[in-house]
Design a protein around this ligand. Structure first.
Ligand code: 5AD
Ligand code: FES
Length: 349
């Protein structure tokens, strides 16, 4: 069985040639091959992480964005987005309830919102670090200058998430306006790493116009860049964007890629994302069973959760939102894993 042979090789060598990745990805709908890949990925995951799943409390601080990414529900031209920003007080209060729930990493995520200046963020980071010295802080605030990344690192930020979205120039150009560039995005990733952040790159699976060759390039980029974390989830259309009628990414391809990434980067931090939980009721469980080792439940105040709508039908935005920690704990236990109270740093630092 060629698929199993390729997974075996990937397991042994932690890499394949580009032709082999392509061959393997083309087999992603074969259930037996996929299941075999998941098994090897779990074996790899357990060598480093056992049955422990790391959690991060996600705080969506603002849905204002100066960018106009064509797929994204908070793009600046979406007139239907109800914009909000969290105050410092609100963010600190999310951290407080998060800490009590056992979170030791807070992810501050938002659109590229000029309101959050370096001064403001430094102040906020100092306050979070002073109140919760045993917690890690991850930022996910898009492209900023080297100087800004340096200042935020010095102020206490430990990690930075910046998905590259696609490693292919032409594909990047089809899903972003001309004013944005893949070069700059990749440059940001290298700068962040140089400064000392634990860095995460990543993509949407099944984004419009994405080809298998694009995915092969993404894998090659990930192997070369060697990030501490990789964020991947399915593309999901958002009705107020030009891609509102496009097909969502598939569960099968997302899980298949999670397994490949785990085998390619054995110690990488790999979340089973909310988007994966949105396209399938047990998506996050399946993501962990395919090699993931992180979940990132939402800690944002309930009143803003529906507004941070990157895509349609996002889970955990309703009244159940307060119970996410417990819900996810149960979900992880149902598959033999447990959520741990830990910063969950990269094994490489
Ligand atoms: N579907 C799925 N993921 C999306 N993102 C943005 N818009 C969508 C969408 N429509 C992802 C991007 C971004 C991350 C914060 O959310 O990959 O980097
Ligand atoms: Fe949010 Fe289950 S994780 S309700």
């Amino acid at each position: 069985n060629r698929g199993k042979e390729l997974f075996n090789k990937l397991y042994q060598d932690t890499q394949l040639t580009e032709t082999e990745y392509k061959e393997l990805l083309e087999l992603h709908t074969d259930k037996e091959i996929a299941e075999y890949g998941f098994e090897l990925a779990r074996k790899r995951q357990k060598e480093t992480f056992g049955n422990e799943v790391y959690t991060r409390g996600l705080i969506e601080i603002s849905n204002y964005c100066k960018n106009d990414c064509i797929y994204c529900g908070i793009r600046r031209s979406n007139q239907n987005a109800e914009r909000y920003r969290l105050s410092e007080e609100e963010i600190l209060s999310c951290c407080e309830s998060g800490y009590a729930l056992g979170f030791r990493t807070f992810v501050l995520q938002g659109g590229e919102d000029g309101y959050y200046t370096d001064d403001l963020l430094e102040d906020l980071l100092h306050k979070i670090k002073a109140a919760y010295p045993d917690c890690a802080i991850t930022l996910s605030l898009g492209e900023r200058s080297r100087e800004s990344y340096e200042r935020l690192y010095t102020a206490g930020a430990d990690r930075y998430l910046l998905r590259h979205e696609t490693a292919n120039e032409a594909h990047y150009g089809k899903i972003h306006p001309a004013e944005m560039s893949l070069k700059n995005r990749k440059q940001c990733l290298y700068t962040l790493k140089e400064i000392g952040y634990q860095v995460g790159c990543g993509i949407m699976v099944g984004s419009p116009y994405q080809t298998i060759d694009n995915l092969v390039e993404d894998l090659a980029f990930m192997k070369t860049f060697n990030p501490h974390m990789v964020g991947i989830g399915p593309f999901i259309p958002q009705k107020d964007t030009p891609f509102g009628e496009m097909e969502p990414g598939s569960l099968e391809m997302t899980l298949f890629l999670l397994a490949i990434i785990r085998l390619m980067l054995p110690k990488v931090l790999l979340p089973a994302t909310t988007a994966l939980g949105t396209i399938h009721s047990r998506g996050r469980e399946l993501g962990i069973l395919a090699g993931g080792n992180v979940v990132m439940p939402n800690l944002s105040p309930v009143k803003v959760r529906k507004k941070y709508a990157l895509y349609d039908n996002k889970i955990c935005t309703g009244e159940e939102a307060a119970e996410c920690r417990g819900c996810l704990g149960n979900r992880m236990e149902s598959i033999g894993y447990k959520l741990v109270v830990s910063r969950g740093d990269s094994p490489f630092i």
